[in-house]
Design a binder for this molecule. Structure first.
Ligand SMILES: Nc1nc2c(ncn2[C@@H]2O[C@H](COP(=O)(O)OP(=O)(O)O)[C@@H](O)[C@H]2O)c(=O)[nH]1
Ligand SMILES: [Mg+2]
Length: 219
């Protein structure tokens, strides 16, 4: 009988993530890993982000999904550089998947200035796997409730930015932005918080400006 320890597999993931980071640095690509529950608004925000940034930057996307290519199709008006990965049930992406995609699609992915990853819709597992990204982003929609930051702390703790999505619905739900900011800062003092709505566009420019600033810092 062979016994594998999860911590050793995580160690392998860390090494693969470091390899990805090195390749991305060599090519000057800023990789942004977007995480959050199914339906929290990842693809909608990516649509709005690509719409704003694609006239000025070379953008690419790795679109993670269990089975479909629907999200990739939604993003296709804004960039042709989209690589779909279907995990066929796996609940997160791992660094070796990304390493493989970078090696197989260098023209699409390594020629980009910003490479976005839409991770599998899940607020738990993706946060456990560093992909080699420069920036981790956790999205939480106001319809999910304030308690989720406290109940699923890892994603919020491990990522540099938290995006509170669907703020156009604030008046209809019991979500308190001040409480969310307080809980987030408790977990991660450095985290930047962006309340926004992909539907009305409120707050989206601010998020895009921050991304541009991150890109300048990396150059
Ligand atoms: N009211 C409102 N609905 C939104 C917003 N962003 C996304 N949605 C809706 O939420 C649902 C899920 O969005 P989607 O972007 O597919 O989420 P994903 O599963 O995280 O990629 C869709 O019906 C969107 O139209 C928003 O800012 N406001
Ligand atoms: Mg999506």
């Amino acid at each position: 009988m062979r016994v594998y320890l999860a911590k050793n597999l995580r160690e392998a993931n860390r090494n693969n993530a470091a390899d990805n980071r090195k390749i991305l640095r060599e090519h000057g690509v800023l990789m942004v890993n977007m995480m959050g529950s199914p339906g929290c608004g990842k693809t909608s925000l990516l649509e709005e982000t690509l719409k704003r940034l694609s006239p000025r930057y070379r953008l690419a996307v790795i679109e993670g999904d269990l089975y479909t290519t629907e999200d990739a199709q939604r993003l296709s008006p804004w960039t042709q550089k989209i690589v779909q990965i279907n995990t066929e049930g796996d609940c997160h992406l791992e660094a070796n998947y990304i390493g493989h995609l970078l090696a197989q699609n260098p023209h699409a992915l390594l020629d980009a200035e910003i490479l976005f990853i839409e991770n599998i819709g899940n607020l738990i597992c993706p946060a456990e796997f560093d992909l080699g990204e420069d920036i981790g982003v956790t999205l939480l929609s106001v319809t999910e409730g304030n308690d989720k930051i406290r109940k699923y702390p890892l994603a919020f703790k491990e990522t540099q930015a938290t995006i509170i999505t669907k703020v156009d619905l604030l008046e209809h739900v019991d979500f308190n932005l001040d409480q969310a900011t307080f809980d987030l800062k408790n977990l991660n003092e450095q985290a930047v918080i962006f309340p926004l709505s992909a539907k009305t566009g409120e707050g989206v420019d601010k998020w895009c400006e921050w991304l541009e600033h991150q890109l300048e810092k990396k150059k």
